[in-house]
Design a protein around this ligand. Sequence first.
Ligand SMILES: [Zn+2]
Length: 140
Amino acid sequence: VKALVSPLATTAAVRAVMRGNRARHTRPELIVRRLVRSLGYHYRLHRKDLPGTPDIVFSSRHKAILVHGCFWHQHSRCALRRPLRSNLQYWAAKLARNKARDLRDRRRLRQLGWKTLVIWECQLRDTADVEGRIRSFLAA
Ligand SMILES: [Zn+2]
């Protein structure tokens, strides 16, 4: 996979972040949704009544898949976490808040009895592996 995030998607993501919203329907998310559908599971998208508005929700199973872009969610030691070039302080603070919010949302979901699976953008280079993880997550 050459580019998981198209320039257009990146622009949309930037605009969403500027507005203070998280980007939805990103290319990584669409890939994961297609995988989940191919496994025959039904899901709901972006349930706003749950902490962090999880991306892909399996209500009756109390499970949710969170698809994280490596830059916006600051994937540790990941090459896709591009270095910041301008407005360093602004971005560093914003991205640190994103990461803190992710941790808080997952903790809240856990406290409410939900299980979560995080899939990082860079892991979608190996869709067979991701498919296996989704399969065991939903079957367990
Ligand atoms: Zn990554």
